[in-house]
Design a protein around this ligand. Structure first.
Ligand code: NAI
Length: 398
């Protein structure tokens, strides 16, 4: 089975897949739709990053496509619904850059409390501003983390190592790491914290979660850090409190509107304000994160192709099943409609095969079925299951 990796995916992905026995071809660029259609004829598995748009039309033209690996965090470059209808599983690497974001947040806490951004700018311009006024250690201060998920909890661990007292607010009850303490409300967190760091996803609830009212609860000596999503903070209100010195500074990595590429100009009402650190959405952009993404997605693809595990897929029911090497394994993706299992089991029985194991995951549209059968040759069985009307894609795990 040959795999095509596009867009200069980290070399570790190719290495990982080759070690698992796959043949891998590389292309540095993101192909145009017409080129993609031609290329995909020769591959059942493709790996992309964020530039390759895999549309419904491309998918309908590539019915045989078994899997797409998005070697990045986001998956909106792929029409996930069309992929599901096609039987094409899609994987990404949502947590490979967790630590990178957490480290940036720690750096920003120190940078803000020592006014590093402004002092650096002044020194470059020839101004020597040696003064302790307004500069503080972060040790002993209170860090309030909003959203105690993968990133928030990593920030918590690192911050405690720096001697901060950590409190956090999350909509679900979370196990506190170290001495961190979950608080009941966002308001309570905002009032108590010397640093507020946001680590929530973009949802209806988190849109403009930090606006005028919330900012007014923060201490005048406190700092806001947002490396989550641009929609979480209402920027005009943030500009107001900064200009009126109602908080002491902020570090913002994500913006409501971000340039689509490095060639576009970036503008924000936060530009030019004191003790405001602006970064171009680089929280997760490290060599290490790219390396981890390469491994994570390559591993997911090979577990799918060699074991039939859909764990971590963004558009399929997630199933992770142990491999019984004494059995032959068939994976069947079918339309979720009544009677499919009955049809498949009828075929298995007519082939005189015994079922060693059967694992099914469903959502509204599809069923994802892993069948272990005791049979020397599964070719007939495979063809009969594949040709059933509700079957979308069927393959044998060798
Ligand atoms: P996660 O899903 O592991 O954690 C999110 C946490 O927020 C969960 O514990 C959830 O219960 C909590 N939460 C959800 N809604 C909430 C609400 N209304 N109030 C309080 N808590 C709420 O996500 P992860 O991986 O930690 O990512 C967090 C954010 O960081 C995401 O927005 C993600 O897009 C962003 N991110 C930014 C990067 C960058 O380059 N700056 C890189 C990677 C992620």
């Amino acid at each position: 089975m040959r795999i095509l990796l596009l867009e200069n995916i980290h070399p570790v992905a190719k290495e990982t897949l080759e070690k698992k026995g796959f043949a891998v071809d590389l292309l540095a660029h993101s192909p145009a739709p017409s080129e993609m259609k031609e290329l995909f004829k020769n591959y059942e598995i493709v790996g992309i990053r964020s530039k390759t748009k895999i549309t419904k039309e491309i998918l309908e033209n590539s019915r045989h496509l078994k899997a797409i690996g998005c070697f990045c965090i986001g998956t909106n470059q792929v029409d996930l619904i069309a992929a599901k209808k096609n039987g094409t599983i899609v994987f990404n690497a949502p947590h490979s850059n967790t630590r990178s974001v957490a480290e940036l947040v720690l750096a920003e806490m120190i940078a803000l409390s020592r006014q590093l951004g402004d002092r650096n700018n002044l020194a470059h311009q020839g101004t020597w501003l040696k003064s302790a006024k307004g500069s503080n250690e972060i040790r002993g201060k209170v860090l309030g983390i909003v959203g105690y998920g993968h990133i928030g909890s990593q920030v918590s661990i690192l911050a405690e190592a720096f001697g901060l007292n950590v409190i956090f607010y999350d909509i679900t009850k979370k196990l506190s790491l170290g001495n961190a303490r979950q608080v009941e409300s966002l308001d309570e967190l905002l009032k108590e914290s010397d640093f507020v760091s946001l680590h929530v996803p973009e949802t209806i609830e988190t849109k403009n979660m930090i606006s005028k009212k919330q900012l007014s609860l923060m201490k005048a000596s406190s700092y806001l850090i947002n490396a989550s999503r641009g929609s979480v903070v209402f920027i005009d209100d943030l500009v107001d409190v900064l200009k009126n010195k109602k908080i002491s500074g902020c570090a913002i990595d994500v913006f409501p509107i971000e340039p689509a590429s490095n060639n576009e100009k970036f503008s924000s009402p936060l530009q030019g304000l004191n003790n405001v650190i602006l970064t171009p959405h680089i929280g997760g952009s490290t060599e290490e994160a790219q390396h981890s993404i390469g491994i994570e997605v390559a591993e997911s693809l090979s577990r799918y192709l060699q074991v039939g595990s859909s764990a971590g897929a963004v558009n399929f029911p997630n199933i992770d099943v142990p491999r019984n090497i004494k059995s032959k394994r068939i994976v069947n993706i079918h339309k979720n409609q009544p009677g499919v299992l009955g049809m498949i089991n009828g075929i298995i029985s007519s082939e005189g095969a015994n079922i060693d194991g059967q694992f099914l995951g469903t959502d509204e549209e599809i069923g994802y079925l892993v069948i272990d059968v005791h049979l020397d040759h599964v070719t007939n069985l495979y063809h009969k299951i594949k040709e059933l009307e509700p079957s979308i894609l069927t393959h044998v795990i060798s």
